[in-house]
Ligand binder design. Structure first.
Ligand code: DC
Length: 208
């Protein structure tokens, strides 16, 4: 069984994908980390992620970079989002993601284009979303826990900006696959969102 979990930034798709992987005993790939590694590689070299050649060269990042804690910060997220608009970057990361998706026992992948491009053949496609306000509140709480001081308004602005870039890029924009189940978690807490996702997967898998 291939489970594709797509959605905008801070929607909770990563948490949901991880929980589904545990529940159904499948390996999990957070594809955003690959784009973040590209963004981080560009930043470390002092390059510009808007330049296609610079971003493409950064796709040859060493695997050890995937363990870098700086991959999680907002600056890297912004660089990743900018680097991810280049078709050559997306193509360079395709094989690695496709190989993971087609593992013999199945897999869970989360990202922006899993149900549309990487695994259009996925058994279950979830598109996890929530309002900008709800996502900003969650991200704000998360950052406060990590001791990062930033206002809710700044986070809201950053999330809205990232949404526009991810949804309006020409190549593989963030959008639900026609056969995706839309899971709006605006009114849900973490556990409720996970429960709802598990139910959807069970229902769809039972019909296969
Ligand atoms: O999910 P995330 O915030 O870790 O992703 C960081 C950026 O990477 C995101 O803004 C867009 C890009 N990305 C993408 O274009 N396609 C994916 N499958 C995953 C992430």
């Amino acid at each position: 069984m291939i489970i594709a979990v797509d959605g905008p930034t801070a929607s909770g798709k990563g948490t949901i994908a991880k929980a589904l992987a545990t529940r159904f005993g499948l390996p999990h790939l957070d594809t955003g980390l690959l784009y973040r590694a590209v963004g981080r590689q560009v930043a470390m070299k002092g390059g510009n992620p808007d330049d296609a050649e610079t971003a493409l060269a950064a796709t040859a990042f060493p695997d050890s970079l995937l363990e870098d804690p700086a991959l999680r910060n907002e600056e890297t997220g912004g660089f990743a989002s900018r680097a991810s608009v280049h078709p050559a970057v997306r193509e360079a990361l395709f094989d690695r993601q496709r190989a993971f998706a087609t593992r013999p026992g199945g897999a869970v992948l989360d990202g922006r284009d899993i149900g549309t491009v990487i695994a259009p053949d996925a058994t279950v496609k979830l598109f996890v979303t929530a309002s900008v306000e709800a996502r900003a509140r969650r991200r704000h709480a998360e950052m406060r826990e990590r001791g990062i001081v930033v206002t809710l308004q700044e986070i809201e602005k950053d999330i809205a900006r990232r949404d526009v870039r991810d949804m309006e890029r020409a190549d593989s924009p963030l959008k639900p696959a026609p056969d995706a189940y839309i899971l709006d978690t605006t009114a849900f807490g973490r556990d409720q969102a996970i429960e709802a996702a598990i139910e959807v997967v069970q229902e769809i898998a039972a019909k296969q």
